[in-house]
Design a protein around this ligand. Structure first.
Ligand code: ADP
Ligand code: MG
Length: 619
């Protein structure tokens, strides 16, 4: 039998030291993984130079051009060649400095790696100099160049000399999306002005001096009035920033989790767990979003453990975990001690859409982001937060009183008819509705005992089955919008829409401009009951996250289940007894109504003899 492996041409060869250019290319691969990581290094250099304004431009996902111009301190002309030498840095000088790093850079590798991986040129002018100098690695000397004080770097044709790397690049739009995330990560960590353009088109322009709240809402308008401030401090640690309201679960997940340690963006599992543990109660299982800044004495954290400096190591991880968890918990607990509502709801407050199982006039679909005119003060944040979690209606609430009055108006005949209906419902498997528990569970009585239904889960299942039935028809019944809805997309969303345009089901949408989706119609099952914009975003997120790995049929079900989840009645919604009974009857008529699309059970039977035992009846 012949071996499947060819013997390596190098087997038995002599050992030799590699030429410096090859060493450089190998090392470059560690630091510069894709255009976004190159961009990250350039932005960090500009911020290390104390820039107050950054201009960033990328072309073709950053593979053709990465351009960063700053107004920072600049580089001394004679140091320009040194800046491109490996392990040459102005930021540390001796080993003890590694223990108290105050800058982003310190390894002196980024420019050297970039020069090995791309065509780079750098222009810089220091304060007090008459002009700047332009340097291209490999050149003997720099050339004079007119420019403002600061530094400008051009990185062209990234990886053109490293075909192995180039093969791993994704589409230009995907690489651009990574670059955009990197710019967002930097923009949130500083107060410098940031302009950013892709292929010559402006993406955003953030003025210098914005607060974190202003930056977040400028970058992600959905976060307006949906930020909960976090600010906690001990002698050793401080944590500041914002948590995104769980009501935005879908968009929060897309917006992301921005975590910083001493100003440095990191991906750290320990910190992420600490935050999500603290938010578990509130986020109802959805992944929370946040922008949080942990500060900790420099000696207690090692940032030199990862070539791209995305990971850190804490000297006392347990203390960090406990602090972060407590800090986030404390921040979330604050609003719950505040008065429930000090102003009556206004007409502009969004009404919960009508329920899907009762015939209702369709409500006009939401158009774009209206945006409130209120400044995002923490008082308002606290109130918004409070409303989101106010499960319990105040005693003697208007709804209850109205219910009573209505009952008194009922005629005896109507009451008889009702009694008959109730008797009939008692014979059904899920029985007759009695009421709601905490506006989350529906409570019903059947012959065996008590039935508890998770309203949202049950409704979701009903919609899902209905949508699947409709999707199996040759043409799915759709309701067009009178006016199509325009929705601004992130790069990742636009890429997902382009890739999966043909897969969309239950919602008709296409790219009308490079970063704008036009939503034209919704399935009649959900029309008028969902925020079409939020729904499309959620679907695109799901598709971007793993859509291409699925079979067409699986993809269809992922989309339909996302639609059902969006259109299903939310917890905290009050239902009338009629609505509850209708839900129970529809559940009985629906296949697989025992479990929601996420596999959680929809309802539970509690036998009467369970209560007999509890109350020691007949013993
Ligand atoms: P590091 O940032 O780890 O020091 P780099 O290779 O990124 O290494 O940069 C090398 C040196 O070039 C830096 O230490 C800094 O002195 C200088 N430099 C790079 N970019 C800039 C910039 N935008 N403004 C001022 N100085 C810069
Ligand atoms: Mg650097």
């Amino acid at each position: 039998m012949t071996s499947g492996h060819k013997s390596s041409p190098a087997a038995g060869a002599r050992i030799r030291a590699l030429p410096p250019a090859l060493v450089g290319q190998i090392a470059a691969g560690e630091v510069i993984e894709r255009p976004a990581t190159a961009l990250k290094e350039l932005l960090e250099n500009a911020l290390d130079a104390q820039a107050s304004n950054l201009h960033i431009a990328i072309e073709e996902g950053g593979t053709q051009l990465l351009h960063v111009a700053d107004d920072g301190c600049g580089i001394v002309a004679q140091d320009l060649p040194l800046a491109f030498t490996r392990h040459a840095t102005s930021k540390i000088a001796a080993a003890p400095d590694l223990l108290k790093i105050a800058s982003f850079g310190f390894r002196g590798e980024a420019l050297a790696s970039l020069a090995a991986a791309a065509e780079v040129s750098l222009c810089s002018r220091q304060h007090g100099e008459a002009h700047g100098w332009e340097y291209t690695p490999g050149d003997q000397r720099s050339k004079p160049r007119p420019m403002a004080v600061g530094t400008e770097v051009f990185v062209r044709a990234l990886f053109s000399r490293l075909p192995a790397r180039r093969r791993f690049l994704r589409s230009a739009s995907t690489e651009a999306a990574h670059c955009t995330s990197t710019v967002q990560q930097s923009a949130l960590s500083c107060t410098a002005g940031v302009t950013y353009q892709i292929n010559g088109r402006k993406r955003f322009n953030l003025p210098a001096g914005q607060t974190l709240e202003q930056r977040l809402t400028a970058l992600f308008p959905a976060l307006r009035d949906n930020l909960l401030p976090v600010a906690q401090e001990t002698a050793t640690f401080s944590l500041r920033g914002c948590v995104f309201a769980p009501a935005l679960a879908h968009s929060a997940r897309q917006i992301g989790q921005f975590l910083y340690v001493n100003g440095r963006f990191v991906r750290d599992r320990l910190l992420r767990r600490a935050v999500s543990d603290a938010l578990r109660e509130m986020s109802h299982g959805a992944e929370p979003g946040y922008a949080l800044f942990l500060h900790i004495a420099g000696e207690q954290v090692d940032v030199n453990v990862h070539p791209a400096k995305l990971e850190v190591r804490f000297s006392d991880p347990r203390a960090v975990f406990a602090f972060v968890r407590r800090a986030v918990e404390a921040a979330c607990a604050v609003p719950l001690t505040m008065p429930v509502r000090d102003t009556p709801p206004t007409a502009t407050q969004v009404q919960e859409p009508a329920l899907g199982w009762l015939p209702t006039p369709p409500i006009p679909p939401a158009t774009g982001a209206g945006g409130s005119t209120h400044p995002p003060t923490s008082r308002r944040n606290a109130q918004a937060w409070q409303e989101m979690f106010a499960h319990l209606p105040p005693p003697g609430s208007a709804a209850l009183i109205q219910e009573k009055e209505k009952e008194e108006d009922d005629t005896a005949a109507a009451r008889r008819a009702q009694a008959e209906e109730e008797e009939e419902f008692m014979q059904q498997p899920l029985g007759r509705a009695l009421g709601q528990l905490h506006d989350i569970y529906l409570i019903a009585e059947n012959r065996a005992g008590l039935v508890v239904v998770d309203m949202h889960a049950a409704h979701e299942r009903l919609l899902y089955e209905q949508l699947k039935k409709d999707a199996d028809l040759s043409t799915m019944p759709m309701q067009p919008f009178l006016q199509p809805l325009q929705l601004a997309l992130t790069d990742a969303q636009a890429a997902a829409l382009q890739a999966h345009q043909e897969d969309l089901v239950g919602i008709r949408a296409h790219l009308s401009e490079p970063y704008t989706a036009q939503v034209e119609a919704l399935s009649t099952v959900i029309a008028g009951r969902v925020d079409a914009a939020a729904l499309l975003q959620a679907i695109l997120h799901d598709l971007a996250a793993g859509g291409s790995g699925l079979q067409a049929a699986e993809r269809r079900d992922v989309i339909l289940s996302s639609i059902a989840c969006h259109a299903a009645v939310r917890a905290n919604r009050r239902l009338s007894l009629d609505e509850m009974n209708t839900l129970l009857r529809q559940m009985e008529a629906t296949e697989r109504s025992g479990a929601c699309n996420h596999g959680r059970p929809c309802w539970q039977q509690i036998e009467r003899h369970y209560f007999d035992g509890v109350f020691k009846r007949g013993q």
